[in-house]
Design a binder for this molecule. Structure first.
Ligand code: BG6
Length: 491
């Protein structure tokens, strides 16, 4: 099957933090892939910006290396890479002084009518100074957009500050708060599954669904980002954004259309309906963990504190939560959420566990009848599995088996799954905000997460240790087993 490619309008994308990790690992390879697919028009430019003066040729070399090192980019003709690198330019600009801004303005003036994107791949402390200078230098045109990377703040108050600083210069329709989980193929498939099939929606509620599990497990540790990670922890790094976004897509009411505000209005309602977790109930509904040395991917790995180079830190590298949504559709259906670093394997999936059948017509020889389960696997091996009971084939009476109807996207469609950033950057250029977070959504997510952080701070409870390469502290297993349920092993 061949993927359909629709060329976007001519654009200039200005990447702040152009020599940083995100640009190297994600943004430059993503832009290259889209160029290779023919989606980027000939006149489009990619302008790298950072504080360090360097010739454009050096930035092109850096980008070439980034493309070479990127997974999945192999056997590409050198001429195609060279054509991509020709689009690149570089300007040294200081975010906190006026140095370099006139040069950037002059360069952009040569493409004044194009779509203009400012991509802020920098720490959140630079959002305000960069946005104010973009405003002061009058670089915002009718077709200008700004992309804001997470974290948008570290709590509600700081998120509001970041949003206000960006909002002074850009109207909300021009602000693209990126959550790369929303760009993942299977996440969008969740919307297709729910809203393009008549089968699921009638049973998508508390009358038929017993509970939902969302697992985002990583086998890596802090991967050279221990400094940042230690100020964040798993709740801020993964739950406030990625996991709550997944929860919203599972739980939201069908939007009227897929227009950005129609979808985001529905997601916001879910966030607002989340039952508060605070000092009164955090001990029952949350588990924090921190990894100790162990084994991962076949080798010995150090513990979090060793990676951090410090003997003391109470930052959680694992969190499990039991969340509830207080509305008509979901009352009484727990959403068990868990995420962590250095877990047994890398797997992200959503499990929708249906209720058991009300009455069995089979005798005891048929064996146990397991409840249906819909598993939406985000990574690795993207796909959807629907676990059903069927009759064991052949003679021998009515014996039942639980088997998955298994649709692995790679084998069914045989196309390469684009990286989330490829789709999201093209959406920014098209001006489509459906897969981006609105200001009130980000703030509502912080509003729910804040009291959990406060409760942990008040109780001073240290994170529970778990050995690297396991599924986290045993308390996380107890969290779900107390309710007579268990984390599924589709992982
Ligand atoms: C990022 C987090 O947002 O998502 C990282 O800051 C995490 O800590 C990453 O490793 C996971 O993304 P993915 O796409 O590899 O699942």
């Amino acid at each position: 099957m061949v993927a359909r490619v629709v060329t976007v309008d001519p654009f200039d994308i200005v990447v702040f933090g152009a020599t940083g990790d995100l640009a190297r690992r994600k943004l430059l390879p993503a832009l290259f892939e889209r160029d290779l697919a023919g989606q980027i028009p000939a006149e489009a430019r990619i302008i790298g910006v950072s504080r360090r003066p360097m010739p454009a040729a050096d930035f092109r070399r850096f980008a070439g290396d980034a493309v070479d090192a990127s997974d999945g980019i192999e056997d590409v003709e050198p001429a195609r890479v060279a054509a991509f690198l020709d689009r690149l330019d570089y300007v040294a600009v200081d975010a906190v002084s006026d140095d370099g801004w006139a040069e950037l303005a002059a360069l952009l003036a040569t493409g004044a009518h194009r779509v203009r994107v400012f991509y802020l791949a920098v720490g959140p402390d630079l959002f305000d100074p960069i946005c104010s200078r973009i405003g002061a230098h009058q670089l915002v045109t009718e077709k200008t957009r700004v992309v804001v990377e997470k974290p948008v703040g570290k709590d509600l108050a700081s998120a509001r500050e970041v949003n206000a600083a960006v909002g002074k210069v850009f109207r909300e329709e021009a602000v693209f708060r990126i959550d790369h989980y929303l760009g993942k193929e299977t996440v969008q498939n969740l919307m297709a599954l729910r809203f393009a099939n008549a089968l699921f929606e009638p049973v998508w509620n508390n009358a038929h669904i017993d509970h939902v599990q969302i697992t985002v497990a990583e086998s890596i540790g802090t991967a050279g980002r221990a400094g940042y990670y230690d100020t964040a922890g798993a709740l801020r790094d993964m739950v406030q954004n990625h996991i709550l976004q997944l929860l919203c897509l599972v739980a939201m009411e069908p939007p009227v259309t897929l227009d950005a505000d129609a979808v985001r209005d529905e997601k916001l309602k879910v966030l607002k309906a989340l039952e508060p977790i605070n000092e009164a109930n955090a001990a029952q509904l949350t588990v924090r963990g921190q990894y100790r040395a162990g084994a991962s991917a076949g080798g010995a790995v150090p513990g979090y504190l060793e990676e951090l180079g410090s003997g003391a830190s109470e930052t959680e590298t694992f969190v499990a939560l039991k969340a509830e949504i207080s509305n008509w559709r979901w009352a009484g259906v727990p959403f068990y959420l868990r995420t962590g670093k250095r877990l047994a394997s890398r797997v992200s999936e959503i499990v929708v566990a249906f209720r058991p059948i009300p009455h069995s017509v089979f005798d005891s020889h048929a064996g146990p009848i397991m409840a249906n389960r819909l598993v939406i696997r985000l990574q690795p091996d993207e796909g959807v599995k629907l676990w059903l009971m069927i009759k064991d084939p052949g003679p021998g009476g009515m014996r039942l088996q639980h088997v998955p109807l298994d649709m692995s996207f790679a084998s069914v469609f045989g196309v390469r799954n684009p990286d989330a950033y490829e789709r999201l950057i093209m959406d920014v250029i098209r001006g489509n905000q459906t897969l981006f977070m609105r200001r009130d959504e980000v703030e509502a997510a912080w509003q729910w997460v804040g009291p959990i952080l406060d409760a942990w701070r008040t109780t001073h409870e240290a994170p529970r240790p778990y050995t690297a390469g396991t599924w986290g502290p045993s308390a996380a297993i107890a969290l779900i087993e107390r309710d007579g349920r268990t984390w599924t092993d589709d992982a």
